[in-house]
Design a protein around this ligand. Structure first.
Ligand code: BG6
Ligand code: MG
Length: 218
């Protein structure tokens, strides 16, 4: 059967998770808040607004609406300064190989990202044409771990949730896909992505044989 393969963007397709981290770290520091790598794991997959809310909560800070919005703008400006330097070299290893294989096998391919910068990034690294459906931070009202983004992606692909496979590097993303009733593949550390059905360090560890098994599974 035709399956739906749904990809997260940041930290799965491109190495932008590090830019989000650097930008948040810098912003937090500017208001006297520091946060750990462990706390950063909790920001992965989480929307821009929710991320800042969490950082302020950790730092026990209250901000006026105006200051909050100002920081949000600053974060994105800083983040975009890194993004604007990006090119195809920042596609994570073997991602194009897997995408091309799925295209050859006529599988559904969608993006399910929390980012409002997703289309710009996919255009910049020239991968936009690989996707039949794109659901990003502009198309959802409830962020991961809510399953909305993945449910909208499977609607667009017109594939049942049980036939969808989600690639995610974030705890919140794995939780979202699990509650959408999809097969989850963690990309990263298996001690962190414990809730995923499978975990691989990166796409170099994923064989086309493995992808084939997922396609054949009923
Ligand atoms: C997710 C990232 O993909 O998108 C988060 O993992 C980020 O770190 C979120 O905060 C929102 O991204 P953006 O580009 O809209 O600020
Ligand atoms: Mg991610």
């Amino acid at each position: 059967t035709k399956k739906g393969f749904i990809f997260d963007l940041d930290g799965v397709i491109v190495d932008t998770a590090k830019y989000h981290f650097v930008a948040w770290k810098k912003l937090a520091k500017s208001i006297g808040i520091d946060f750990t790598e462990e706390q950063n794991e909790q920001l992965k997959g989480v929307s821009r607004v929710k991320s800042l809310e969490k950082i302020l909560e950790w730092g026990q800070k209250n901000l006026s609406k105006e200051d909050f919005n100002h920081l949000m703008t600053q974060k994105n400006k800083d983040y975009l300064s890194y993004i604007n330097q990006m090119d195809e070299n920042e596609i994570l290893p073997d991602v194009p190989k897997i995408l091309n294989y799925l295209i050859e096998e006529k599988q559904g391919i969608a993006l399910g990202s929390a980012s409002k910068n997703a289309v710009a990034i996919l255009e910049r690294v020239k991968l936009i044409d690989k996707f039949q459906a794109i659901i990003d931070g502009n198309g959802v009202t409830k962020g991961k771990p809510n399953p909305e983004v993945f449910l909208k992606a499977k609607e667009k692909l017109n594939i049942k949730p049980e036939d969808c496979i989600v690639f995610e590097d974030a705890i919140a993303g794995i939780q979202a896909a699990n509650s959408a009733n999809m097969t989850t593949i963690g990309i990263g550390d298996k001690d962190i992505l414990k809730e995923a059905d499978y975990v691989f360090k990166d796409f170099t560890q994923i064989s086309t044989e493995f992808i084939n098994e997922l396609i054949k599974k009923d």
